[in-house]
Design a binder for this molecule. Sequence first.
Ligand code: SF4
Length: 365
Amino acid sequence: MNHPTGLYLHIPFCAGKCPYCDFYSVNADERSIDRYVNALCKSIEHYGTMLNRKADTVYFGGGTPSLIGAKRLSAVKAAAEEFFGFDNAEITVEVNPSKQDFDFELLHKNGFNRISIGLQSANDNELHLLSRQHDIRQADRCITSAQAAGFDNISLDLMIATPQQTKDSLMRSIEFCAEHNVQHISAYLLKVEEGTPYCQIRSSLNLPNDDEQAEMYLFACEKLTEYGFHQYEISNFSKPGFESRHNLKYWHDEEYLGLGPSAHSFVNGKRFYYERSFDAFYSGKTVDDGTGGDTEEWILLGLRLSEGIQNSRFKERFHTDIPKKYFERAKSLEKIGLVTVSNEHISLTEKGLLVSNAVIAQILD
Ligand code: SF4
């Protein structure tokens, strides 16, 4: 049996399209959803049999996984368990708070153990401007229902630098997260993606400029830390021991299989993905995306983590030391407060994490 893998299962359905989002998802009827769930289970059978690897993390992302209901999600999870086998698996499902009748109890009974809720904001005016389908009362009910069903590993998504957001309103959202006693927060700066409706009306959105965005981000980092959430990655914060094991696989450059339209994989050293269409997924055809897991990729991903990269881990993986040139480049960035360097490690400071793409590019040159 090979090393366990992560399993990403894309659920490409949403009740409507948020104007800033470019994830692959469509509105669909029950029959189309059933057809997709069937195809997903078959694909799980195919890869599970072929790869002969257990799964130690399973992540149902989207789209809106909760839209297909706890029964279908449980059926897909059962297929994953049958054809991969689980190794003490973290099993996460993304939930949209607008789905008020979602059966958390069934999910918990069937072995799901982590919930990620798309809160985005605890202010109704901001949710409205983001065209989200839930309000704050629904978000509150969603979190308390998950907790009542027994979930004790809950993550909330928060968006930073959204239209009309102020430091006070962001603070209210952070307080809401803390009051609800959740274990994990993903806090992302709003990114206006090309081709989305938000992109077309960008100038009228009155979005904060780069400096204001930076200020909001650093403010969120500071307040979340004060509430006991440790920042372990650029956009991710958790109570001790509640880091997302699935997402850590990406940043540790470990392997995972992604199934569904637009899903990416890194399996047996190769990267590949499904195109953004149901036909592509149903045909089983993937697009080759080259090889993965080389030293530069490992460094690039590892530097997103606040712990940064350690020589001992590099040695374990590549049987040699981190090349000196990276330490030398990192030292010049240390002088301007973007990086921390020792003989054994390189990591980005909070300021460095804010401009991580540029800092990492300079280290890798
Ligand atoms: S619910 Fe999530 S995946 Fe669906 S459109 Fe909105 S942001 Fe995108």
